[in-house]
Design a binder for this molecule. Structure first.
Ligand code: ADP
Ligand code: MG
Length: 953
């Protein structure tokens, strides 16, 4: 269960990772995009040979004392050490003095711990190798007493941790890659010695077990987060000289591309995935591993036969400020630089095949194809180690891919893995020798820095775009401004033309106006002259009038002065008189005072004197009255004079006014003379209009009166209509009542008809007088008839009571023939009863029936009506009435109208009834009419006879 679960989990995670890969695939998987340098006339690549870069950074945590002691404990525990005891012969050992050479291929050796099987099988054997990690040496036992010692760059014992191996083998290369140098890390060794463990272990559950691939990416990604670094990977498998993409297994024959100029090797068909973080990488790697496993299972091969190549592309944009090197400039624009480096981590196929291929024979073909690459790699390494001029790198795909890694520009680190078992002596020795040869190879480490033409191009393109847009905008702006200006110019031109036109028309108009004004001025001047003349004339007149006025004024003044003199004289006279009178009054007063004095003196004569004083006072009163009168007369005279003066003033004012009026009149006269004529005309018209108006008013008055009359009439008519309507409604109501009554009557009539029929039957039966039974039946029927007759009569009586004869008689006048017939029938039936006869006569039934007889042409009506008259004629009163109304004549006339025997019978009956009242009533009948009646009576009798005869009565 758990295994299936885990496998499904692997599958799902692999699927998920594959999806992530797809998402992160760059749009152009062809990684080798280069910009033509010739177009920019710039060097396409700058290679800077680093002076002393490479191995400056050694692993920080050097092997600790404990690890060293551990390592030595391995060798101490090894039987060979224990057994040999002899000093190690260093026959082929070589000390490398080129430690400081940064370009030398670094080779480390790692011994795998014994596995379970080896622990058992090799228990009695001495270890094949003895490790001396502290002096970085490895002793390979040749036999019990002989051993070879080899120096390596790093020696890792079976207990060395993955971390220490990474730091010793890979970290310097990774750091170089981050600095812009290409790097290669390879694992070489016999199958099962731990190459994959060292290089490709994912360490999903235990992070401490992570191999070089994971740790290298971890380091690169850590740096990538702080610097502007992009990380991309491709993962390939090389088997039988075929390159298969482990991230897209469907790509199973990818070709290698070599740049002819630069010699740079690329695999354009490979899937390149941009790595975001470590988890992402782990997923991608897991997908690759899964695909590798699946591919090998499918091809029935082992993973040990194939090479796995992980390529990490690191691209670092250079921060120019921090860089010492001055950036190249293009105009004033700095070209961004980018450092491209590539790290190859190669898990090589098992090396044992090389050795076995030649010896065994059965693997020759496989060796040719499967491990051609590995053989070729060995050859190349040999050639490089021997300093040969020809390096056969083109022999295989692996060597082509790794061309740069050995003897090229990359920094290369090789880890050789060996097993501890002495059983694989040959393989181990071969591996060690391979490592030793590789150690001799020195690369020309180059820093590869390029101008980032892509980003420059992008930058420039954006700038060009921006500038183009700006230019376009400016052009547009300029165009719109130009258009605007043109528009304005046009407008200005138009307005100018308009203004010019206006000015011309205006000047023309002004000229015209000028001439007109000149003319009018001339006329005005003429008029003015005329007016001036008139004015002069008027002025003369005015002067004359003024002169006159002056004269009048002078006269008036003279008169006034005369009056004033007279007045003054008179006033003087009166004043004198007044003064005299005052004097006299004073004298009198003095006298009175004297008298008073005398009174005091002569108290005795007071009474006498008092009398005289009284008289004197009387006289004084008289004098005062006279004075008052004189004063009044003078005052009135003064008032008269003043009035005259005022009159004179008014006259002078009137004269002035007259003068003014005259002036005005002179001016108005001309106008008035014209206006007078018009006024006269208008007056005439007005008079006419007023006459018309008066006549119209009169007419209106009459119309109004008519209207009032009409209104009055209308009201009357309205009232009449209302009355009529009411009457109509009443009549309608009555009609409806009558109709209902009629329906009742119809019903009754039907019943009565049945009775009549019954009667007839009874009559027939009686006349036949046949059998007893028949007689019995007849008597029974007559009894029934009697019953029905009495019933009918009762109905009639009830009808008479309920409906009233009057209404039934009205129905006789109905326009509906059926109604008439039924009504006449009812009346005829009613008339059969003596009690009803009187009522019918009283209600005008005779007249109604006679009218019907006279007017109707319906035989039934005539028959029934004459029957009814015959019935009524039985009554004496009605006989008179019938006779008076000319009923006999009408009946006689009817005889000529019809030849219906029934009708004739009825007529005859009626006449007979009438005749029954004596000759005197028949006297009025004409002899001819009577003769007619007699003839018809005779005919009737004859017909009756013939009927009786036919029925044997
Ligand atoms: P190779 O890839 O060279 O054929 P592997 O890496 O597959 O060999 O190793 C074979 C076995 O040995 C694996 O089971 C691996 O776990 C184990 N092994 C190899 N090296 C070590 C080591 N250093 N420590 C523990 N186990 C190891
Ligand atoms: Mg392996």
């Amino acid at each position: 269960m758990s295994s299936s679960n885990s496998s499904s989990a692997v599958r799902s995670s692999a699927k998920h990772a594959a999806e992530r890969i797809q998402q992160h695939l760059p749009p152009n998987s062809n990684h080798a995009v280069s910009l033509s340098s010739s177009s920019l006339n710039l060097p396409s690549r700058t290679s800077i040979i680093a002076p002393g870069v490479a191995h400056s950074s050694r692993p920080k945590d050097r092997p600790s004392a404990s690890s060293i002691s551990n390592a030595s404990s391995v060798s101490a525990s090894s039987p060979s050490t224990r057994r040999s005891g002899t000093p190690v012969r260093r026959s082929q050992s070589k000390d490398f003095d080129d430690d400081n050479d940064p370009g030398r291929v670094r080779v480390s050796v790692r011994v795998r711990p014994r596995n379970g099987e080896e622990l058992i099988s090799d228990a009695d054997f001495a270890d094949l190798v003895e490790l001396q990690p502290e002096i970085k040496r490895l002793k390979l036992r040749k036999n019990n007493w002989n051993s070879e010692s080899y120096r390596f760059d790093e020696v890792f014992t079976d207990t060395a941790s993955q971390k220490r191996v990474y730091e010793g083998v890979a970290k310097p290369v990774v750091e170089g890659v981050l600095s812009g140098y290409n790097g290669t890390i390879m694992a070489y060794g016999q199958t099962g010695t731990g190459k994959t463990y060292t290089v490709g272990k994912i360490g999903k559950d235990d992070a401490a077990e992570r191999g070089i691939m994971v740790r290298a990416l971890e380091d690169i990604l850590l740096n990538a987060s702080s610097a502007s670094i992009s990380v991309e990977i491709s993962y390939l498998q090389l088997y039988m000289e075929t390159i298969q993409d482990l991230l897209a297994p469907e790509k199973n024959n990818i070709s290698i591309n070599e740049d002819a100029k630069t010699g740079e090797v690329s695999v354009p068909g490979a899937t390149v995935v941009n790595i975001q973080d470590l988890d992402h990488f782990l997923q991608v790697l897991q997908v690759g591993e899964t695909n590798r496993h699946a591919a090998n299972t499918k091809m029935n091969t082992e993973s040990s036969r194939s090479h796995a190549i992980l390529t990490v592309y690191v691209r670092r944009a250079m921060n120019e400020k921090s860089e010492k090197a001055k950036p190249e400039s293009l105009g004033d624009k700095a070209i961004p630089r980018v450092r491209k480096s590539k790290l190859l981590i190669v898990d090589l196929a098992g090396s044992e095949r090389i050795n076995k291929s030649g010896t065994d024979g059965h693997m020759i073909e496989e060796a040719k194809f499967i491990n051609l690459s590995l053989t070729s790699l060995g050859k190349c390494i040999n050639a490089l180690a021997e300093g040969s001029s020809h390096i056969p790198t083109r022999d295989s795909k692996l060597t082509r891919l790794l061309r740069d890694s050995f003897g090229g520009s990359a920094r290369t680190s090789l880890i050789i893995t060996i097993g501890p078992s002495a059983r694989y002596h040959a393989e181990t020795t071969s591996t060690i020798m391979f490592g030793q040869r590789a150690m001799k190879i020195v690369n020309m480490v180059k820093l590869k820095e390029e101008f980032d033409y892509e980003s420059l191009c992008r930058k420039l393109e954006t700038q060009v775009d921006h500038l183009t847009a700006e230019v376009e905008r400016q052009n547009k702006l300029r165009n719109s401004e130009k258009l605007e200006l043109e528009k304005r110019l046009r407008e200005c031109e138009n307005s100018f033309a308009e203004a010019e036109k206006n000015a011309v028309t205006r000047s023309k108009f002004l000229e015209k106006e000028n001439t007109r004004l000149e003319l009018s001025m001339k006329e005005l001047l003429k008029e003015l002259q005329l007016q001036k003349d008139q004015c002069d004339l008027m002025h003369d007149k005015a002067i004359q009038l003024e002169m006159k006025l002056k004269n009048t004024k002078q006269q008036q003044q003279l008169e006034n002065s005369a009056y004033e003199a007279k007045l003054a004289d008179a006033s003087q006279v009166y004043e004198k008189k007044i003064a005299e009178l005052v004097q006299r009054v004073e004298d009198e007063h003095a006298r009175s005072t004297n008298a008073e004095h005398q009174l005091n003196e002569m108290k005795n004569i007071l009474s006498k004197q008092q009398k005289s004083i009284h008289e004197q006072e009387k006289g004084n009163y008289q004098y005062q009255r006279e004075l008052a009168e004189t004063t009044y007369t003078y005052e009135s005279k003064i008032a008269e004079l003043q009035k005259k003066l005022e009159d004179e003033d008014a006259r002078s004012n009137a004269a002035e006014e007259q003068l003014r009026q005259m002036k005005r009149l002179i001016s108005d006269r001309q106008v008035l003379s014209q206006e007078n004529e018009e006024a006269n005309e208008l007056k005439i018209k007005l008079e006419e209009l007023s006459q018309m108006y008066e006549s119209t008013v009169d007419e209106l008055q009459t119309v109004k009166l008519d209207y009032d009359d009409l209104l009055h009439q209308k009201e009357k008519l309205g009232e009449e209509i209302r009355d009529m309507k009411e009457r109509l409604l009443l009549e309608e109501k009555q009609r409806k009542q009558m109709e209902s009554e009629l329906s009742k009557l119809k019903k009754n009539l039907r019943e009565s008809e049945i009775v009549v029929e019954e009667k007839r039957y009874m009559k027939d039966d009686l006349s036949k007088g046949s059998s007893e039974s028949g007689a019995q039946t007849g008597s029974q029927r007559s009894q029934g008839l009697k019953k029905s007759l009495s019933g009918q009569r009762a109905t009639m009586a009830r009808l008479c009571e309920e409906v009233g004869i009057q209404k039934i008689l009205q129905l006789i006048k109905s326009e509906d023939l059926e109604v008439q017939i039924q009504a006449v029938k009812v009346v005829a039936n009613l008339a059969a009863e003596e009690a009803n006869q009187v009522k019918i006569v009283e209600e005008g039934g005779v007249e109604a029936l006679l009218m019907l007889v006279q007017s109707s042409h319906n035989s039934t009506i005539l028959r029934v009506a004459s029957g009814a008259i015959a019935n009524l004629a039985m009554n004496e009163k009605s006989q008179d009435l019938i006779m008076n109304k000319g009923g006999a004549q009408l009946l006689a006339k009817m005889v000529t109208k019809t030849d219906d025997p029934q009708t004739l019978r009825m007529v005859a009956g009626a006449l007979a009834n009438l005749c029954g009242n004596g000759e005197d009533k028949i006297k009025n009948f004409g002899s001819a009419q009577f003769l007619n009646i007699s003839i018809y009576l005779y005919q009737y009798m004859c017909s009756l006879y013939s009927i009786c005869k036919s029925k044997d009565i």
